[in-house]
Design a protein around this ligand. Structure first.
Ligand code: ALA
Length: 519
């Protein structure tokens, strides 16, 4: 047997820790709060809860069920279930996840830069940004430190460091991943709880909690982008549409319960997201900070500014906040890597080490490409074509559209071609709770219809406005913008086709990979 055929197995709590660690990431701590703030706080959480129930939970059950049934990563799991079209969707998902993984690690390298700064230099009140000719004190200290850091050559060191950490964790598969998440996940919860207690006990902190949970029905029904934001966020935050959950579930023993697992992962993830939202909103309200509501400003400028106003323990809380981001981010980035590594090992029978090294070299180059423009020419940030915007543009397509399109296709092919009922029967055989026919209705009709409405409504909006990325970034018709769309399509669609047709899967099921054996 080749290495690929002796499938790794999780230990008793390895799967839940790894899957919830994958779900809990930068998305929970900063993207949720930034989205909630952007869409008016109380207007966001109702679409978010709807997305959780009609999309998050059923798609999570479906992705785990697929991995458990086939004992294979996403492309082969879909290939075994519905044939070539399924495999193509699987590779498309994994390649889209690869782009996300590259820029996710670029962001983590900036987090590492801020973490180092949090021990001292970050908090210096007056800092100049030479690259922008900004004198000391002309911009807030966190903004100055961040721009100095991301335009410096140090980032070229931070990116490989984060990649090396990831490589070390996925090096021995489930064994090394489990060891890391057993440390990371409990620590993340402890740190988050400390932060929320600190936030809510600040004078006025509790007002932030009220703001977050006061619904704003006017916005919910008048702005389609709130729904788009909530549905995109749901896929991202639960790590759905990447192939991650199927890969992780393929390492589960045959008697595991996917309904129970799905509910646990969804509850842990969304619970973490809510308490993170509470902590961040309490900070904003306690110090009356009005953020420019972008994700980066929230993470890198606004939260450090709030922490700097604490009456005591500024360095302690600052280091803790960036440690929390690093742990949460790395427990997610390893899962993005594993989605690709397990898929390639399954298809080509390569050894884990060879696959991990190959992927890390390409991935690290990709992360450097996302980091480099600012370092090469700091002034790029002023015309906004290649600085942060290269990352923004890739994120726009891979996050907002890639994940939803993959979700739409997987619901249709599993719901209609493989049969939602067939998958439900398999899942029910191994579970204490039972899925009813409502699962079929959600997967076949409700989830794809909602995703389609959201994609079309937003698509029409940018066709009318002529701004693909929203006026505040750059016009969609610019050369750079078109180039990024083309690169994204080439990498994901053409790449998926090439991987799908490059080799067919071995016909012979092995002892422990056959669907029948796992029933
Ligand atoms: N689910 C991961 C996050 O939220 C990717 O960051």
């Amino acid at each position: 047997m080749t290495e690929a055929k002796k499938r790794d197995r999780w230990g008793p709590i390895g799967f839940i820790l790894a899957a919830s660690g994958s779900a809990i990431g930068l998305g929970n701590i900063v993207f949720f709060s930034a989205n909630a703030y952007r869409y008016g706080a109380g207007a966001f959480y109702i679409p978010y809860l709807v997305a959780l129930i009609v999309l998050g939970v059923p798609v999570m059950i479906m992705e785990l069920g697929l991995g458990h049934r086939t004992q294979r990563a996403f492309p082969e799991a879909l290939s075994r279930s519905v044939g070539t079209a399924g495999e193509f969707i699987g590779w498309w998902a994994v390649l889209n996840a690869t782009i996300i993984c590259m820029y996710y690690i670029t962001i983590l390298s900036w987090v590492l830069g801020m973490w180092i700064g949090a021990f001292g230099p970050l908090w210096e009140p007056k800092q100049a940004v030479e690259a922008f000719n900004l004198e000391a004190g002309s911009v807030p200290f966190s903004v100055a430190y961040f721009f100095k850091m991301i335009t410096s050559h140090r980032v070229l060191l931070f990116v490989p460091i984060i990649w090396l950490l990831n490589v070390a964790i996925v090096w021995k598969g489930t064994k090394s991943i489990e060891a890391a998440v057993t440390l990371f996940v409990p620590l993340m919860w402890v740190m988050m709880i400390i932060l929320i207690v600190r936030g809510l006990t600040l004078p006025n902190g509790i007002q932030g909690a009220y703001r977050l949970f006061t619904p704003d029905f006017k916005v919910i029904f008048s702005r389609p982008e709130v729904w788009h934001g909530a549905f995109g966020q749901m896929f991202f935050t639960l790590s759905l549409g990447f192939g991650i959950m199927t890969a992780y579930a393929s390492y589960l023993p045959k008697n595991s319960d996917q309904i129970n697992n799905s509910l646990m992962i969804c509850c842990m993830n969304c619970g973490f997201e809510f308490i993170a939202g509470l902590a961040i909103f309490s900070l904003l309200f306690a110090f009356a900070i009005v953020p420019a509501a972008t994700t980066f400003s929230m993470t890198f400028f606004v939260i450090p500014r709030g922490i700097s106003e604490f009456p005591w323990g500024v360095k302690f809380f600052g280091v803790m906040f960036f440690t929390l981001l690093l742990l949460a981010g790395i427990s997610s980035s390893i899962s993005l890597i594993e989605a690709f590594v397990s898929a390639v090992m399954d298809k080509y029978g390569w050894s884990r080490k060879r696959t991990v090294i190959g992927f890390a070299i390409i991935g690290c180059l990709g992360s450097l490409i996302f980091a480099a423009p600012r370092i090469v020419d700091a002034s790029l940030s002023h015309n906004g074509t290649l600085g942060l915007s290269l990352l923004d543009m890739a994120d726009h397509w891979a996050f907002n559209y890639g994940l939803l399109l993959v979700g739409f296709c997987e619901c249709l092919i599993i719901g209609w071609k493989y049969g939602a009922k067939r998958l439900r029967m398999f899942i029910n055989e191994h579970s204490n709770l039972r899925l009813g026919a409502w699962f079929d209705v959600l997967i076949k009709f409700v989830a794809p219809a909602l995703i389609l409405i959201i994609l079309l409504t937003n698509g029409l909006k940018w066709i009318r406005s002529g701004h693909i990325y929203g006026e505040e970034i750059i016009p969609g018709k610019s050369f750079a913008a078109r180039l990024v769309v083309l690169a994204w399509l080439l990498f994901t669609i053409v790449g998926a086709a090439a991987l799908t047709f490059s080799k067919t899967y071995e016909e012979e099921p092995t002892e422990n990979n056959s669907p029948e054996a796992s029933k």
